[in-house]
Design a protein around this ligand. Structure first.
Ligand SMILES: *Cc1c(COP(=O)(O)O)cnc(C)c1O
Length: 456
């Protein structure tokens, strides 16, 4: 290890920022199974995908050979409005935990969207504009993705319609105002503006909505609108690709100090920040150059990997998207509306799923009360109010550091702090007031979700 004293915060210069995204798939010995067209049961063609997504994003989605993909200069310049993000040595957390471990976190919350999602929003809006589109649609759950995309669309001059999961729409009125400030049209989902929304409203009149349903509405609107495409903030390979700036910046900074992580931890909802954080380290592991312990953390209330099936499933609950081979609880799985801790998606990135299935990483599922307890400890010593999603990674990083205290190991732990929790204060309130509950699906809940899996 280098003798250089490691600072509290490591920032790269603009020149040091990555000029390419890292295509993790090109390092994987086996590729995940292709998307299937549910109508034919055959792999989706590029043309089929291009009816829904931007052309360049489809090319990236299907590219499993180029190890690096250039980040256009326009996007790199946009990135400079909010990147590089700091890599922080968590000296205060180490001290609080009395651990011999070194803890680092990459903080992605330093932009108005409050999360890493702007990394992919910037890229996707750029490609939509370049293709000559005039508008895009999307869904948003907690609101970070919708905000990120609203910012990117404002930057590139595109119209945006956001279908926001109804529970969030009602719980987070200020999120909506942020998106509107950036020019987005925000609709509560399920809405009566689409067939998918009307169908779900008639079947489940009082529903608070779900990400899957909002996706269905956004896709339907995109394909029915001229010069419009749908953009997705997670799960897909090209989104994960854009998020590799997180891992690459982290690795460049750590390399400067001769630091090599032993454990890399990220929260996993759809898997994009986790995939992006681990990418350069995992690429080396796949080449036999390290033996890092990678841990994806998911909520016990929506345990896609730890209790899900590795199967083909729809990406949305209205069953209109292509089928992806992934860990899934079934597109009909409805996470408890009482779960405030984010990461409520039924499936998982096909790339992350494949890595997990092939034994290159492990998974932990944690309960939301223990996640908020960790968030509070972290906030009090490191200062940042973390997003509930990010706090899943904090919880497991703290557990790993406590294990080091017990064994005396001086492990280097890196985790992703994906965002801030300023719009999650209703959840913090229920934690502070002691009314927050843990929700763990029963075997029957899971069986009901699995029953919704398509039969192939
Ligand atoms: C969206 C979000 C996540 C989860 O999404 P992934 O695609 O799994 O990365 C995690 N943290 C924050 C702050 C988010 O906004």
């Amino acid at each position: 290890m280098s003798a250089k004293k490691i600072p509290y915060k490591m920032y790269l210069s603009e020149e040091e920022m990555p000029k390419t995204w890292l295509n993790l798939k090109a390092f994987m010995p086996d590729q995940h199974d292709p998307f299937l067209n549910p109508a034919t049961g055959k792999p989706c063609t590029a043309e089929e995908l291009e009816a829904v997504f931007c052309t360049e994003c489809v090319e990236q989605e299907l590219n499993s050979t180029d190890r690096e993909i250039e980040i256009p200069a326009d996007i790199r310049n946009f990135y400079k409005t909010f990147r590089p993000s700091p890599l922080v040595r968590a000296y205060f957390l180490e001290e609080m935990l009395k651990t011999p471990a070194q803890i680092y976190y990459k903080f992605e919350g330093n932009n108005t969207s409050g999360s890493h999602k702007l990394n992919s929003a910037a890229a996707q809006a750029y490609y939509a504009k370049k293709q000559g589109l005039t508008s895009v649609t999307t869904e948003t759950g907690a609101g970070q993705w919708g905000t990120a995309l609203a910012m990117a669309c404002a930057f590139y001059g595109l119209d945006l319609k956001v279908f926001m999961v109804k529970t969030s729409y009602e719980q987070k009125p200020y999120r909506k105002e942020v998106m509107k400030t950036y020019g987005a049209d925000v609709v509560a989902s399920p809405s009566d503006t689409t067939e998918a929304g009307r169908k779900i409203l008639s079947e489940f009149p009082g529903t608070g909505g779900s990400l899957g349903c909002a996706i269905a509405e956004a896709v339907e609107t995109a394909v029915k609108t001229q010069n419009c495409r749908y953009v997705l903030g997670s799960v897909l390979d090209h989104v994960l690709l854009h998020q590799t700036v997180i891992g690459q910046e982290s690795k460049i900074a750590l390399d400067k100090y001769g630091v090599q992580p032993d454990v890399v931890i990220g929260c996993a909802g759809g898997g994009s920040n986790f995939g992006g954080l681990i990418a350069p380290f995992m690429a080396e592991k796949l080449q036999g150059k390290n033996n890092i312990d990678f841990i994806g953390v998911e909520p016990a209330s929506c345990p896609s990997m730890s209790r899900g099936k590795y199967a083909y499933d729809f990406c949305d609950s209205a069953k209109i998207t292509p089928l992806a081979k992934m860990y899934t609880l079934g597109c009909g799985f409805m996470p408890s509306p009482d779960h405030a801790g984010g990461l409520r998606y039924h499936g998982m990135s096909p790339v992350v799923s494949k890595l997990y299935h092939d034994g290159y990483m492990r998974v932990r599922a944690v309960k939301q009360t223990e996640v908020f307890a960790a968030a509070e400890k972290f906030a009090r010593c490191e200062g940042i109010l973390p997003a509930p999603e990010s706090s899943h990674a904090i919880k497991v990083a703290m557990d790993e550091a406590i294990k080091c205290r017990e064994t005396g190991e001086k492990k280097v732990i890196l985790f992703g702090l994906t965002g801030t929790g300023y719009f999650d204060l209703a959840a913090y309130k229920s934690f502070n007031e002691g009314t927050m509950k843990d929700y763990i699906p029963t075997e029957e809940d899971l069986a009901r979700g699995f029953a919704s899996l398509p039969r192939l």
